[in-house]
Design a protein around this ligand. Structure first.
Ligand code: HEM
Length: 383
């Protein structure tokens, strides 16, 4: 990921993704990737995050507006809806709140396809005809309609969002991106940024359940001005214990639990020979639970992150967002989003009693298998 990038490609990920994402930043190799990445980075700069913070807080409030004390709710579905709303409103200026079910169906159809590709020993460029693929093509068509309508709209009336930035961007010789290129870039961000952050939130609620001691520390840290009134940088600085909790959830349940690269030529990794065409898999899940680097690795212990543990760890013992030039572009966005969501929800509701063991279901992300049913109880007090 750092020094031998020319020897490896992202072809493995491409082979498990439906063709609709093929040209996008997430999967592209070489020049087209660098070009897209450069164009996209400003959307994740500090000033932009300032603007997104208010939407993140507003959507977190909206997510719990209908919760009734004592209800049992699937917290993973709730977090999926929340992160869907946040990513579409902040980066694309779209509000899907009226069509949530339809959008969820589209995403499910795509994820079904990805999951079946992961499980299959065969890799076909295009899916084989079946009822599932019919559903997939319908979903892709609907998603394209949403994307191209929004792109045309942004060409006429630019707004303050990622899509407008991409529409207005040109490369070195002044050529603007085509509609197809803008659509590819947007879909990549949508898929990379939605379910990953929802998984981080769901697993964080899971590890917090039953840990009154940790919740108390978090709540104590949260007494102060409301989360969205501070700038993102101030907020992260003001809530160091929250960052420890999130890092610990990312350690135990990294949403991107493994990612691969395919060797472009015969090469080696350490003492291992790797033949051209073979896939090398790097797993944050495995490294984050390796007893050579972590005391009591299976234990949820946010305090281990005190005194800047992150800066003292050997490289690649903790890499939930990958590393090197292809490191996640949305990591600050994701950490801010998770911080604001928890800072908004935790003082109002206690989330408790998940099933004693929720098995991780490894698909493209590390989903909670069977969802995350939990009881939500309104807290007494000013909130
Ligand atoms: C907890 C949440 C997240 C996790 C754990 C995560 C993890 C990752 C990882 C591990 C990669 C590299 C994959 C590889 O090298 O094969 C990646 C890439 C990427 N992520 Fe994230 N991500 C998260 C949230 C987000 C968000 C919120 C966005 C955007 C809004 C985003 C956008 C991207 C993009 C565009 C790439 C491709 C970057 C490139 O190839 O240059 N991610 N992410």
């Amino acid at each position: 990921m750092l020094t031998r990038r020319a020897d490896f490609s992202k072809a493995y990920l491409t082979s498990i993704m439906p063709p609709l994402l093929a040209g996008s930043l997430l999967l592209a190799d070489s020049d087209s990737w660098l070009h897209q990445r450069k164009l996209m980075l400003p959307a994740f700069h500090k000033e932009r995050l300032d603007m997104y913070a208010a939407v993140m807080a507003e959507e977190s409030e909206r997510a719990i507006a209908t919760w009734q004390s004592g209800q049992r709710r699937d917290i993973h579905s709730e977090m999926m809806r929340l992160t869907l709303q946040i990513v579409t409103r902040t980066l694309f200026g779209l509000d899907f709140s009226n069509g949530v079910e339809a959008t969820e169906r589209l995403i499910d159809a795509l994820m079904d396809e990805v999951n079946s590709r992961i499980a299959s020993p065969f890799r076909f460029r295009y899916p084989l005809p079946s009822l599932r693929t019919l559903r997939l093509y319908r979903a892709m068509k609907e998603l394209d309609e949403i994307a191209y309508t929004a792109i045309r709209e942004r060409r006429r009336h630019p707004q303050e969002d990622l899509m407008s930035m991409l529409v207005g961007a040109t490369d070195e010789d002044g050529t603007p991106m085509t509609d197809r290129e803008v659509r590819d870039a947007c879909l990549a961000v949508f898929f990379a940024g939605h379910e990953t952050t929802a998984c981080l939130l769901s697993w964080t609620w899971y590890v917090l359940a039953g840990r009154e001691d940790i919740e108390r520390k978090l709540l104590a840290e949260l007494t102060g001005p409301p989360a969205h009134s501070a700038s993102p940088a101030e907020l992260i600085e003001r809530l160091p214990y929250m960052q420890n909790v999130l890092n610990e959830a990312l350690r135990l349940y990294p949403p991107a639990y493994a990612f691969g690269r395919r060797a472009m030529r015969d090469t080696s990794v350490g003492d291992h020979e790797v033949k051209a065409g073979q896939t090398v898999v790097m797993s944050p899940w495995a490294m984050h639970r390796d007893a050579r680097f972590w005391d009591e690795p299976e234990k949820f212990a946010p305090d281990r992150w005190q005194n800047n543990l992150a800066t003292r760890l050997p490289k690649f013992t903790f890499f939930p967002f990958s590393s090197g030039p292809r490191r996640c572009v949305g990591s600050s966005f994701a950490m801010l989003e998770a911080t604001i969501a928890i800072a908004t929800i935790l003082p109002r509701f206690k989330l408790s009693s998940p099933p004693p063991v929720v098995e991780p279901a490894p698909s493209i992300t590390l989903r909670p298998g069977g969802g995350m049913p939990m009881t939500v109880t309104r807290r007494k007090g000013p909130n």
